[in-house]
Design a protein around this ligand. Structure first.
Ligand code: ADP
Length: 270
């Protein structure tokens, strides 16, 4: 817990000096408030699928002599249970990422491999919408970090690009070297983000359109996870978006010394 303590020396009537320590609780109050907000948000987010499950269970009981209806409600229960599991998993991920030593397993990581793995894990979702995910950029770039976390970050960005795009559009993942940095960018031709929301989308549970995001199965935690991963690696994530035409999310990470210093090749090879 962060506490600001200021010290000052004050004279007593007796002529002796006393050291007065003044504790400033503003920072600790702020942290308390953030924690309370988080717990309130989590409770609210958990209530939604739990409430839906409870109603669906009642519906199953009520429809017990109609097998088609029972099947329909059971499928909905399965979906809601999946949503609950995703939410819990993302909360666990987030708390690990904010944990004591989130980069304990840091090694040199090939950025190409991170991108390939992340795209691979999104292939089902992309296929279902007829979205083509292409990748390209400079080979051989490395960062020092946790490969699992980096895959999770890029995967979240590609997942979002797919979720918030119309069918049969393209998502492009590019890798390039920028001085001492590596940039991984994910560009979509999707719905874009209104300017007024850009600042807030990295907050936990913030959604531009809660109804739409529920429909796509989002938890509202994805971008917050990406931000923590970027920060854990000494980097950042930025967004550029035009409402109605698409978005680009870029993760910038410190480049591993010496990696990718041979040839410069910025072409997409899709
Ligand atoms: P969610 O689980 O709702 O997708 P995220 O934290 O991943 O949560 O994203 C927060 C919000 O930012 C989303 O609800 C959506 O409104 C917006 N968003 C994220 N990525 C994109 C994108 N590629 N295109 C348009 N909007 C996006």
């Amino acid at each position: 817990e962060k506490l600001a303590v200021t010290a000052r020396v004050a004279p007593l009537d007796s002529g002796r000096l006393v050291l007065v320590l003044v504790e400033d609780r503003t920072e600790s109050r702020r942290i308390d408030a953030v924690r309370r907000d988080f717990v309130a948000n989590v409770s609210h987010e958990l209530k939604t699928p739990v409430g839906a499950l409870s109603l669906l269970a009642e519906a199953v009981v009520g429809a017990s002599d109609d097998p088609d209806a029972v099947r329909h409600f059971a499928r909905s229960m399965h979906r809601e249970a999946g949503r609950l599991a995703d939410l819990v998993q993302e909360l666990i991920d987030l708390s690990r990422l904010q944990g004591h030593d989130p980069l304990a397993a840091a090694t040199p990581v090939d950025v190409d491999e991170v991108v390939v793995e992340a795209i691979d894990r999104c292939s089902l979702a992309a296929g279902a919408k007829g979205i083509v995910v292409v990748s390209g950029g400079q080979d051989g770039l490395q960062v020092i970090g946790d490969e699992g976390q980096l895959v999770m970050a890029v995967r979240n960005l590609v997942d979002n690009a797919i979720s918030y795009s119309p069918p049969h559009t393209r998502v492009a993942v590019g890798v390039r070297r920028l001085d001492g940095l590596v940039e991984i960018s994910v560009t979509d031709q999707g719905i874009g983000i209104p300017e007024g929301d850009l600042e807030r989308i990295f907050e936990r549970f913030y959604r531009v359109d809660p109804a739409r995001s529920r429909e796509t199965g989002g938890t509202g935690l994805g971008l917050s996870i990406v931000k923590h991963i970027a920060q854990n690696h000494g980097g950042e994530v930025v967004v550029w978006s035009v409402e109605g035409s698409g978005s680009t999310f870029t993760v910038r990470l410190p480049r591993a010394p010496g990696s990718g210093e041979e040839a410069l090749d910025d072409g997409f090879d899709d």
